[in-house]
Design a protein around this ligand. Structure first.
Ligand SMILES: [Zn+2]
Length: 313
């Protein structure tokens, strides 16, 4: 834009103030940057002159007063601009908005005739500043919300075939438990489809009431990975985890728990209780129930049927 265009710039109005507030959201922009849109530059100088001249009350100031007011404007109302007071002053002279005379600075551009008193101007700038702060907070809140959305865990892409294959491995562990005369529950933990640990129920063998397949496999996987957090890992277990194991799944930060048979009586994921929700645990694995359900149910039914038969005999 030519120097003449700025010199012809219109008066600072409420509309200009709105424009100025939008400009002030661009933190760190330079005067050169403002030239990309000539109106931006015009509005900036309008605002500066409006402030310095106290809304047109003054059309002439000694240089010291002029620079003091410009400095105040820059540091309070134009702190978003990357530029020095001297730089702004030079641009103003270069654009012909102000003329340096022997005894001071004369304004050449019309400023505003909307304000009656200096107090009104001060009050107006206070409101503008408040509006800018509110606006900045709004924009920041929007950005933070967007950021949270982007960083939120996305639903894992699941592969039903892979789930069936890995559940087959958990079933293999359940069969080992069966052969050891343990309640036949088996589990594996996989990362990116690869098994990192496998375990079976060993409560009787170990004389340990907490030696459920899930507890053992979580411990093994964490030791194996050298990390108490199993981020991104999936647990496959033949029976819905009990409340103890469901809590352990949350604590281990497992991404997903896949199970075969539901446990409506004792299930800790949803069957009897939803432990993660009830206890306000801050991590909750995704759930995929019912993978190889029939096979997982059958091995348990067979086990208890055989137990009953033995007891009757
Ligand atoms: Zn359990």
């Amino acid at each position: 834009m030519s120097q003449n265009d700025v010199a012809q710039a219109g008066r600072f109005t409420n509309k200009s103030a709105g424009h100025y507030n939008r400009l002030s959201l661009r933190n760190g922009v330079s005067l050169n940057g403002l030239t990309r849109n000539p109106l931006d530059l015009e509005i900036f100088f309008q605002a500066a002159l409006f402030f310095i001249s106290q809304a047109g009350k003054d059309d002439f100031l000694d240089q010291e007063t002029f620079l003091a007011r410009l400095e105040f404007f820059r540091s309070h109302h134009a702190a978003w601009l990357a530029g020095t007071t001297e730089e702004i002053y030079e641009w103003m002279q270069g654009c012909g908005l102000v003329v340096l005379t022997d005894d001071g600075v004369r304004f050449t551009a019309p400023v505003s005739d909307e304000f009656e008193t200096t107090d009104a101007v001060v009050e107006y700038w206070r409101e503008l500043e408040g509006e800018r702060v509110r606006r900045r907070h709004r924009v920041r809140a929007q950005l933070q919300a967007k950021n949270r959305e982007v960083n939120a865990p996305k639903p894992m892409s699941t592969d039903p075939e892979l789930d069936r294959r890995l559940m087959q491995e958990a079933l293999r562990m359940a069969k080992l438990a069966y052969d050891n005369d343990e309640v036949p529950v088996g589990a594996v933990i996989a990362m990116d489809g690869n098994i990192v640990a496998a375990a079976m129920n060993e409560v009787v063998t170990r004389h340990d009431p907490t030696a459920h397949a899930e507890m053992l496999v979580i411990r093994k996987a964490a030791a194996m990975l050298g990390n108490e957090r199993l981020n991104g890992a999936t647990l496959y277990v033949t029976l819905e985890p009990c409340p103890m194991c469901a809590a352990a799944c949350s604590l281990a930060r497992l991404a997903r728990v896949v199970w075969g048979a539901d446990d409506p009586d004792c299930g800790g994921m949803r069957g009897a209780i939803d432990v993660a929700a009830k206890a306000h645990l801050n991590h909750r694995p995704e759930m995929t129930p019912g993978v190889r359900r029939a096979e997982c149910e059958k091995i348990l039914q067979d086990f208890f049927k055989a137990k009953r038969k033995k007891a009757q005999a």
